[in-house]
Design a protein around this ligand. Structure first.
Ligand SMILES: CC(C)(COP(=O)(O)OP(=O)(O)OC[C@H]1O[C@@H](n2cnc3c(N)ncnc32)[C@H](O)[C@@H]1OP(=O)(O)O)[C@@H](O)C(=O)NCCC(=O)NCCS
Length: 195
């Protein structure tokens, strides 16, 4: 990790995971999507930066961004930091990627990859994609596509044998472009304990 990786707004800060993992992704060869105009994790767009979630993202609208996906409640800074520490403490498990608009110091896109370790398949791991959202004002600029692409490549880099996600019918076409498919006989079942 470089000293720049620990800086946000000039103060000492910390990323959820080592940012060098994103820099080391072989995006050029492993990307599943086509981009027009061309964008990449290093160049997501003018004044945009793709990076891990940082603790300081609480002040950069991260919770507001999530509220465009679902209910988030009233999460205080203390609650946010405690959860951040929990996730980070799990080590090599939670990979939350964000895109920041540096001209506004605001986080405008995010996606999560969770690595679940197993005993089966010779102690293999699988990945799950969660919480993909791009701020309304930035949609249609290929950023959702870039986030998915990056998380899919990252999932292979951290040695998962498969990757899955849950989505509504309308999103199936979006996810198919990254190699996701519905498998015959497989169903997503859910039981909700709270609203
Ligand atoms: C879904 C979402 C992340 C897409 O982000 P985006 O940055 O606008 O998407 P992109 O510009 O990268 O679009 C990439 C492609 O997916 C298509 N696409 C985008 N949103 C789509 C949607 N809701 N349904 C179907 N296709 C969609 C685009 O038309 C585009 O197709 P193309 O490559 O053939 O031109 C964004 O609309 C969003 O945040 N929605 C609300 C939260 C949500 O539904 N998240 C997903 C939960 S499963």
């Amino acid at each position: 990790m470089t000293s720049n990786d620990k800086q946000a707004n000039g103060v000492e800060d910390e990323p959820l995971f080592d940012p060098s993992i994103l820099r080391e992704l072989d995006f050029e060869h492993k990307s599943r999507a086509t981009y027009n105009p061309n964008i990449s994790p290093q160049n997501p767009g003018e004044m945009l930066k793709l990076r891990p979630l940082y603790k300081s993202d609480y002040d950069k609208g991260y919770m507001n961004l999530l509220s465009q996906l679902t209910k988030v409640g009233n999460v205080s800074r203390e609650e946010f930091e405690a959860r951040f520490n929990d996730l980070k403490g799990c080590g090599d498990t939670y990979y939350i990627v964000v895109i920041e608009d540096m001209s506004l110091n605001q986080v405008i896109g995010t996606g999560s990859l969770v690595k679940e370790r197993k005993f089966l398949r010779q102690c293999a791991s699988r990945g799950r994609i969660e919480d993909i959202v791009v701020n309304n004002a930035y949609r249609g600029k290929q950023l959702g596509k870039l986030l998915l692409d990056v998380l899919t490549i990252l999932c292979q880099k951290i040695d998962c044998y498969k990757l899955s996600l849950e989505c509504l019918d309308g999103m199936v076409k979006f996810y198919k472009q990254f190699g996701f498919d519905k498998e015959d006989g497989q169903n997503y079942m859910v039981q909700r304990f709270h609203d």
